[in-house]
Design a protein around this ligand. Structure first.
Ligand SMILES: C[S@@+](CC[C@H](N)C(=O)[O-])C[C@H]1O[C@@H](n2cnc3c(N)ncnc32)[C@H](O)[C@@H]1O
Length: 354
């Protein structure tokens, strides 16, 4: 676009720049350009030539000229700034409900009132997060055995596959076909930080394999990584080609109940069971996978926010008691709020037969 600029000799440029900044005349949205030994300072608004006399102590050779300039492509600092003036103000205050960035893909939750503006919001998300090339909106909750949610493209490339890096490990993910939450990163890190060299681990509901891959990245371990979703296991197999791991990950596709029964009874020092909505119904499988002298189980559950961690610990211990195991609870933790009035929790527990 055409911009009015002051032309000055290069050697006097810094003095003029300072003065223009002081007088709030310099347009910071445009670059200062150079030709031969001349500099051109873009102005916020046109000034009459007569006003150049204000700068005559710097030079009497100053000129007002027009230049073709492109503004800087400045990244807005946040979504509210990116959308200011484009959305009605009351809506700006409530966007977005939640935003997850998985590799180059953003997944956003928007209130229904935002639907007419969703494409604009999607583009603004890409502007603020320069790595993001695709934006999906959540179309419902996480459902079904595979624990996936319906997504709809609102901006950018139609691409559901990406590579997400978590604690230095590259994870292949298909956001429309597999479960993955970047909000579990801290938990993946915490649990895999507890693992000792040479452990055998059964990751019962591995998804795309973040626990398994982080574990094998950190320690010389063997991880049986099981999932019923063939797309998730395909992603895990791809991740195995993307990372140089210290340990070994063995991806297995199928129902964990059958797989443990057929080939993994009594093998595990540690079992990770991250299927919170059905956790209780798989406790027997987890216990059977532990070694003859017992092992550690990371039990993930969903509880109402009013239920204490002690109460759920007692319930888990009682169920394991019925299966013939003594339980010691080592740690309890709220992982994150999973819905209004609901928390995802984790119990780290030690089981021994008896
Ligand atoms: C909450 S997601 C997994 C999360 C994963 N551990 C993570 O941290 O990203 C639960 C996974 O369990 C798998 N699943 C559900 N029922 C299963 C079963 N009976 N046997 C094996 N996998 C199962 C789903 O396909 C889904 O990928």
């Amino acid at each position: 676009m055409r911009k009015v600029c002051i032309q000055v000799e290069q050697r006097l440029g810094e003095r003029l720049r300072q003065l223009l900044v002081e007088k709030e005349l310099l347009d910071l949205e445009f670059p200062i350009t150079k030709k031969d030994d001349l500099l051109f300072f873009p102005l916020r608004y046109e000034i009459p030539k007569s006003q150049l006399s204000k700068f005559s102590h710097i030079s009497t050779e100053l000129k007002i000229v027009e230049k073709e300039l492109e503004p800087f492509n400045r990244k807005p600092p946040d979504l509210a700034t990116a959308l200011k003036g484009k959305l009605p103000d009351p809506l700006i205050e409530s966007i977005p409900h939640s935003l997850d960035i998985i590799g180059e893909i953003a997944v956003v939750e928007l209130d229904k009132t935002m639907t007419p503006y969703e494409s604009m919001i999607g583009k603004a998300i890409m502007k603020v997060n320069s790595r993001v090339t695709t934006v999906y909106v959540k179309e419902g909750g996480i459902t079904g055995k595979r624990r996936i949610r319906p997504l709809r493209l609102i901006a950018g490339k139609a691409q559901s596959k990406t590579i997400h890096t978590e604690y230095g490990v590259r994870l292949a993910i298909d956001v429309t076909q597999t479960y993955f939450s970047p909000r579990l990163g801290t938990e993946h890190d915490r649990v895999t930080g507890l693992i000792q060299p040479n452990e055998v681990i059964v990751d019962m509901f591995t998804g795309v394999g973040p626990f398994a891959l982080l574990a094998a990245n950190r320690q010389p371990v063997t991880v049986y990584a099981i999932d019923i979703n063939k797309h998730a296991i395909k992603c895990l197999k791809k991740s195995l080609t993307l990372n140089r791991l210290t340990g070994k990950v063995i991806p297995l596709v199928g129902d964990v109940r059958n797989i443990v029964q057929e080939r993994l009874l009594g093998v595990a020092d540690r079992v990770i069971m991250n299927l919170p909505h059905e956790a209780f119904s798989f406790l027997d499988v987890a216990a059977k996978a532990t070694k003859q002298h017992g092992g550690t189980i990371h039990f993930y559950g969903i509880t109402s926010q009013t239920k204490s961690l002690e109460k759920i610990s007692t319930e888990v211990s009682a169920q394991l008691r019925k299966q013939g195991y003594k339980t010691t609870i080592q740690r309890t933790r709220i992982v994150r709020p999973s819905a209004p009035h609901e928390n995802q929790i984790v119990l780290d527990l030690q089981v021994v037969p008896g």
